[in-house]
Ligand binder design. Structure first.
Ligand code: ATP
Ligand code: MG
Length: 363
């Protein structure tokens, strides 16, 4: 579906658009990614940028300060150095209600729209004029050839409007509003081929360790089997550092990244935090096993800034007993000469959502 046609930018299921810059407005920074298609199904990373955000301007995906975020987006876009202004944005999954419904097949677009609205009314706890609604026909219903399965997605208007306003105030043109979990899944498609057996017929746990939230997904053949959010992330370590060494949040954050901390940091602060993180991951795996038919995962893939903690992959592998790697969605892509490989290797785990959004240019 096209934005122009709907008169809105809430297009979870939009099919095609010219060169979109993927923009992930996260809690500690805005990530921007621009890709180009270098052949059928092969991509090239043209540019990316990570623009830091001041503390608390984005909390749990809610934009507390629109001006500060749009200023940061403008700076990020300038630094990116792109001539493209069309952007794809995303909402946290927690802000989007999705529901599969079954409707009679053979309906015209307008008819279907009315059916979807009527059905949506039952599932969405807000008045329909307060929500943005989008839908996509998935295919024939499993048990009845006279019916089709339709996926509907709805989000409160103001959540969509905030993001649109930010992009427009930064001089950009929002074209797609996706869902962060879908974008992550899209980026994972780029990672799967580098896993044994191309990751096919395997359960893969993808763990995105952000600053405040850790998203835990299990993916099998490009479908989610399970997903769970945990209010825990790298910011916890920053607070531990503040407390242990009597530092301000900014000092602690910088010391953590530049490894400029006293000798006892490793033993007293970093290792206990990494153990907690590994424990959270093994717990999430247990939840997955108890709530599904599966009792194993084949791989763990770590993403987000938390994945950058040195040795975390080995620790998780040991505690969970599962081979663990760090996510790099660009591993099978060409990269522009502008991009320094060593810097990219550091940044790539944090760019899954932005990469997944940039991929919307080509689907
Ligand atoms: N080199 C590094 N070493 C250790 N931690 C790091 C490093 N770089 C970033 N981090 C931590 O990773 C976190 C930020 O990661 P990321 O960019 O994935 O989060 P985010 O997407 O902004 O947050 P969220 O997804 O919760 O909104 C911060 O807590 C930051 O301190
Ligand atoms: Mg994030």
């Amino acid at each position: 579906m096209f934005a122009e046609k709907l008169g809105s930018t809430f297009d979870v299921f939009q099919t095609k658009s010219p060169s979109l810059i993927g923009v992930d407005i996260a809690s500690t920074s805005i990530k921007l990614v621009e890709l180009s298609e270098s052949g059928k199904g092969t991509y090239r990373l043209e540019r990316y940028a990570i623009e830091p955000l001041a503390k608390d301007v984005v909390q749990d995906g809610n934009i507390a300060n629109l001006d500060q975020v749009s200023d940061a987006l403008k700076r990020g876009w300038k630094r990116l150095g792109s001539r493209h202004r069309h952007v794809a944005l995303a909402l946290p999954a927690a802000m989007v209600i999705t529901k599969k419904i079954i409707v009679p097949s053979g309906q015209k677009e307008e008819e279907l729209e009315l059916t979807v609205e009527a059905e949506a009314n039952q599932y969405i706890p807000f008045a329909l004029d307060e929500v943005n609604l989008d839908f996509q026909t998935l295919g024939p219903a499993p048990n009845n050839p006279d019916e089709v399965e339709v996926l509907i997605a709805a989000s409160r208007k103001e959540k969509v409007e905030d993001r649109v306003a930010i992009a427009e105030a930064a001089g950009l043109r929002p074209r797609v509003m996706d869902v962060e979990s879908y974008a992550t899944q899209e980026a994972f498609r780029m990672i799967a081929p580098s896993l044994p057996a191309n990751g096919r017929d395997q359960n893969i746990a993808l763990v995105d360790i952000g600053a405040h939230v850790t998203h835990f997904y299990v993916i099998r053949n490009h479908q989610f089997l399970f997903s769970r959010d945990q209010a825990f992330g790298g910011n916890q370590l920053t607070m531990d550092i503040q407390r242990a060494f009597n530092l301000s949040p900014e000092e602690a954050e910088s010391a953590k990244r530049n490894q400029g901390l006293p000798e006892n940091y490793d033993n007293d602060v970093l290792q206990p935090f990494m153990e907690t993180l590994a424990l959270e991951i093994t717990r999430a795996l247990q939840f997955f096993f108890t709530s599904t038919q599966y009792n194993q995962v084949d791989h763990v893939v770590l993403a987000g800034g938390g994945a950058l903690l040195p040795g975390l992959d080995e620790l998780v592998a040991k505690r969970a007993g599962v081979a663990t790697v760090i996510a790099n969605p660009f591993v099978n892509m060409q990269t522009s000469d502008r991009i320094r490989p060593r810097q990219l290797a550091q940044d790539a785990p944090m760019l899954l959502i932005a990469c997944g959004l940039a991929l919307r240019s080509f689907d």
